[in-house]
Ligand binder design. Structure first.
Ligand code: ADP
Ligand code: MG
Length: 632
């Protein structure tokens, strides 16, 4: 007799499983049938290349029987079975990633995760929800393997000895707890199979009769499949315990023949942004699983989907490496892309809430597609884009929405990019747009920089960066004599500042985009924007800083005063000019020269304080600051 201790994560799960009450205990059967079905899949697949494997004793399938006297349920399969080593590895440690995620959640949330075990499923260990003792009798299909016998009461350890099973496959024997005796009943079990395991590809025989459907869901006509059947299939293949957000069922005839069911999960898998992410698309050839993760069946920007694709035209020995180059696969990929995108466009039109959920989870991935333009689907992808805007109050708008509501003179789809999501809508560069009542699209995803680079226009309307170029004047702006005078007076100030600040900025000019702020930094048209620079730096890329443009608001009181003093030939205005640059940088959340700024600010405060003290002699900034702004 050999006794083994369970791995720590398993012990923790088992402790919870054996000490809690569940509303969803019946899913133990789903988990065990799913393991049996996996074992049958593997036996069939491996048998293709290994004729020396032990054959199944009869028609392969899953058989479930009960013994009312012994209070046991036995789930038997003719699958690959388990060797001694495999039993240690697979039944004593955590094999499946879903269970691993559950174990991690337990660590994070502690006991509160209990209620989820039922819905979530913890694989093989679910058996202990209903059983006080579990036995596994197995014979591996490998020709030289010996039968094994595994027993555990779900405590700290299990026993592993030589068994006596004569044919390849596995029996899992559950010794039911008293309070789970209701499951010792074939009618009840048949009901559970129909509810949770109807989609299983192998016959599931309960007692004498087959309890599951005998046609794969995806080969049936969509009009004959009920929603709950799709949902059950989804849960089976994804291991997700929530319903999917939506799905598409395709049966293509004429051309490449295939059928597919593609699901979109409600929540994106957390590993989705990793380069080695494995797409949850299973590829079948006439219901025989060829590949578990056939990522090449969809472009990368749809990698969040999960589902099944089945085609008679697939080669059974297809490897992941050659998948992409196969014309059949390329054709399926192209069609599937269209169908999935069409479904998403439809969702965006018919169910705004569901679509918002979708966009929040997957929007940034869809945007990658605009740049890659995989499968020539740019137009459909563009239709899917959603952004908050300066007038949407946090709501999401499509580019078509914005285009439809363009104001007179607005002409372009104006956008503004900044990864500073919290403050993007408050940027000074947007003031003039707000004054004109023009809607500006707010883009705070790094990938948006690539979106606008590849998009350029939407059905003839150009996208234009609100942070570059000059705004057209307001229709009545030039007629306003006060504005006109302010501009005229500020013009010499601006050209003087241009010389003064030539090391720091590319240009100083009058602004038509400001109302409240005295100054703002904007990007040069055609040059790399500050936001892009920031994104590339964050990605550890070498980028040289591009000089930006300082715009000055001629109508701001401070600028007006400066312009007047400058026109009067007043000297010592340099620190103030520099403060306008400081101001613009700070309002973007940056400060390139903190010491210099502190000096300028201090001087300014001293000047103001002395001015406030009655009778004090006025002090000019030149007494405390040098011309370059450093303290004297
Ligand atoms: P998962 O099925 O997701 O891998 P489980 O906890 O359900 O995780 O099962 C753990 C492992 O135990 C399986 O991966 C498999 O290797 C092995 N196993 C469980 N049941 C069987 C069975 N009936 N036949 C062969 N192997 C099995
Ligand atoms: Mg399993």
């Amino acid at each position: 007799m050999e006794s083994h201790r369970f791995e720590a994560d398993v012990r923790q799960i088992l402790h919870l499983v054996t000490h809690s009450l569940y509303s969803d205990r019946e899913i133990f059967l789903r988990e065990l049938i799913s393991n049996a079905s996996d074992a049958l899949d593997r036996a069939r697949f491996e048998g293709l290349s290994r004729p020396d494997l032990r054959p199944a004793a009869g028609e392969p399938g899953v058989k479930i029987s009960v013994d009312k006297d012994q209070k046991t349920i036995t789930i038997s399969d003719d699958g690959v079975g388990l060797t001694h080593e495999q039993a240690v590895e697979h039944l004593g440690t955590i094999a499946r990633s879903g269970t691993k995620a559950f174990a991690n959640m337990l660590k994070e949330r502690g006991e509160t995760a209990e209620g989820l075990i039922g819905q979530f499923g913890v694989g093989f260990y679910s058996a202990f929800m209903v059983a006080e003792k579990v036995e596994v009798r197995s014979l591996s299909a490998l020709p030289d393997a010996a039968p094994i016998h595994w027993v555990s009461d779900g405590g700290e350890a299990y026993e592993l000895t030589t068994g006596d099973r004569a044919d390849r496959g596995t029996d899992v024997i559950l010794h039911l707890r008293d309070e789970a005796i209701e499951f010792c009943d074939t009618d009840r079990l048949r009901e559970i199979v129909a509810k949770h395991s109807d989609y299983v590809q192998w016959p599931v025989i309960v007692g004498e009769e087959r309890a599951n459907q005998d046609a794969a869901l995806w080969t049936r006509s969509p009009s004959e499949v009920e929603d709950k059947e799709y949902i059950a299939l989804y849960k089976h293949i994804s291991g997700d315990w929530q319903d999917p957000l939506t799905w598409v069922h395709v049966r293509a005839e004429g051309g490449v023949e295939y059928s597919a069911i593609i699901f979109i999960p409600k929540k994106r898998p957390w590993e989705l942004d990793r380069l080695d992410y494995k797409v949850g698309l299973k590829l079948f050839q006439k219901r025989i699983k060829v590949l578990e993760n056939a990522g090449d069946l969809v472009p990368r920007y749809l990698r969040f989907v999960t589902g099944v694709v089945d085609s008679a035209e697939i080669d059974l020995n297809m490897s992941r490496e050659i998948l992409q180059q196969t014309p059949v696969v390329r054709s399926i990929r192209k069609q599937l892309t269209k169908r999935v995108l069409r479904k998403l466009v439809e969702l965006s039109r018919t169910d705004a809430d569901a679509y918002t959920t979708f966009w929040e989870e997957y929007g940034h991935i869809i945007k990658e597609g605009i740049h890659e333009d995989g499968e020539g689907a740019k137009d459909q992808l563009t239709e899917l884009l959603r952004y908050p805007t300066t007038t949407s109050d946090g709501g999401l708008r499509s580019l078509a929405d914005v285009k439809k509501d363009l104001k007179d003179g607005q002409e372009h789809l104006w956008y503004f990019t900044s990864v500073d999501k919290e403050r993007i809508g408050k940027a000074a560069a947007l003031e003039g747009f707000k004054k004109r009542g023009w809607e500006v699209i707010l883009m705070s995803d790094p990938v948006d920089e690539w979106v606008v680079m590849s998009l350029r226009e939407v059905e003839g309307t150009a996208l234009k960066n609100a942070a570059t170029g000059e705004l057209p004047p307001l229709p009545d702006e030039d007629e306003d004599p006060i504005t006109k005078a302010a501009k005229e007076q500020a013009t010499p100030l601006v050209s003087w500042m241009g010389g003064l600040l030539s090391k720091d900025v590319a240009e100083v000019r009058l602004s038509s985009r400001l109302t409240d702020s005295p100054s703002v930094l904007v990007d040069r048209e055609g040059g790399m924007g500050a936001n892009m620079e920031r994104i590339l730096r964050a990605a550890n890329q070498q980028v040289s800083a591009t000089k930006r443009v300082l715009e000055v608001n001629p109508e701001h009181p401070m600028v007006k005063t400066l312009a007047r003093l400058n026109a009067d030939g007043q000297t010592g205005l340099e620190p103030f000019a520099r403060l306008l640059l400081d101001h613009a940088a700070i309002s973007e959340g940056r400060l390139d020269d903190p010491e210099g700024f502190a000096g300028r600010l201090q001087a300014l405060m001293e000047t103001a304080a002395r001015g406030l003290a009655a009778g004090a002699a006025p002090v000019t900034p030149t007494e405390v600051l040098n011309a370059d702004g450093s303290p004297a």
